[in-house]
Design a protein around this ligand. Structure first.
Ligand code: PLP
Ligand code: COI
Length: 340
């Protein structure tokens, strides 16, 4: 059943899939991408031999469209998603989707579903999920020769708890997520984070925090976002690691933090050091900036700043970031594109 705008409560969307009228689809066949187009078909039909079902040849992206105060619609750095999508494709032996066409397709999907872009100040956004799958039939371990790239959109509210501090737990499991690639987002790899996430949610935590898989000593990232901390002397620090996602939000916040005089740095951060941060947060497209209220490790809870109040530096970073995304503040050249 297609979603109707009238049935939505913009203030209570949650973070979930909804079947909107339009999505984009492009197919790769005979060594080239065919012209993509919008379609109303939300079901994907696959052969039982399709590559993606066996060896997980799948990549995805996530980005948002923001309703501005003047009613227009902004995209935040979609060229960066296009580029990472191409890098992820390369890593999984898939054909890259042309970056300029990726951005055009995002705009087409947003425009076609424009009525689903939530109002300014609702705190909600339209989330766009581009993905690509290997569709040709394989039996042995090999790359597919045919692919489908799709992008759907769905209106979303907060992924974690908005700007309210959340509780996190250090995962006992390693997540083999894009380890060593630092760039591919793949479904197969995210699946290894499902068990720790389920266990974490059941125990009342918002998400898991993963440590570096080699020494279990340094902070890597959360299940769905990167980590940042503010040291006692006011420096913005975020992990340098080859086994975390190259986050667009993180890269953006490194620049925002610089402008705010927080002397940002990417370096290894031990878990012990993370416990002593003045403030900490999760950052990502879905998470935006979500303050860390506590981190529980081996049954012991370490409160960071406060379990109920958001720290002043986190609040300032959040306001600057969303100010730029919604077009209320001017960010660096090229960060925002308008959907015309
Ligand atoms: N790390 C993980 C594991 C993620 O799933 C995400 C979300 O996309 C991020 C980090 C943040 O990346 P970005 O800021 O590009 O959305
Ligand atoms: C995103 O932030 O876009 C992600 O891919 C994270 C996912 C946990 C929803």
């Amino acid at each position: 059943m297609k979603q109707k705008v009238a049935d939505l409560d913009w203030n209570d969307l949650g973070f979930k899939y909804r079947d909107l009228p339009y999505r984009f689809e492009a197919k790769y066949k005979d060594g080239q991408w065919q012209e993509g187009k919008l379609t109303q078909e939300s079901t994907v039909t696959l052969s039982e031999g399709a590559e993606v079902l066996h060896y997980g040849q799948e990549i995805f992206e996530g980005l948002k469209a923001y309703r501005r105060k003047d009613g227009k619609i902004n995209l935040f750095r979609p060229d960066q998603n296009a580029h990472r999508f191409a890098l992820s494709a390369e890593r999984l032996a898939m054909p890259a989707y042309p970056e300029d066409k990726f951005v055009e397709a995002v705009k087409e999907v947003v425009k076609a579903n424009e009525e689903f872009v939530p109002p300014y100040e609702s705190g909600a956004t339209l989330y766009i999920r581009p993905y690509m799958i290997g569709t040709s039939k394989v039996l042995g371990v090999e790359a597919a020769s045919e692919y489908t790239m799709r992008m759907f959109a769905t209106p979303v509210g907060a992924y974690i708890k908005g700007l309210n501090p959340a509780a996190y737990v250090v995962s006992e499991y390693d997540r083999a997520a894009y380890a060593g690639t630092g760039q591919a987002k793949t479904s197969g790899n995210y699946a290894s984070s499902l068990l720790p996430t389920v266990e974490g949610h059941e125990a009342g935590f918002a998400d898991c925090l993963y440590l570096d898989p080699r020494e279990h000593k340094y902070v890597d990232e959360f299940g769905g976002a990167n980590f940042f901390g503010i040291t006692q002397d006011g420096q913005f620090v975020t992990p340098k690691s080859k086994s975390i996602l190259v986050s667009i939000t993180k890269r953006s916040l490194l620049e925002v933090a610089k402008r705010q005089g927080l002397n940002p740095v990417e370096r290894q951060i031990t878990l012990e050091e993370a416990f002593k941060m003045k403030e900490a947060g999760a950052m990502g497209t879905a998470a935006v900036i979500s303050p860390v209220g506590s981190i529980t490790y081996e049954g012991k809870k370490h409160v960071i700043h406060s379990e109920t109040e958001t720290g002043p530096i986190t609040t300032k970073l959040y306001n600057e970031l969303i100010g730029i995304q919604y077009g209320d503040k001017t960010g660096p050249e090229g960060w925002v594109q308008t959907v015309e």
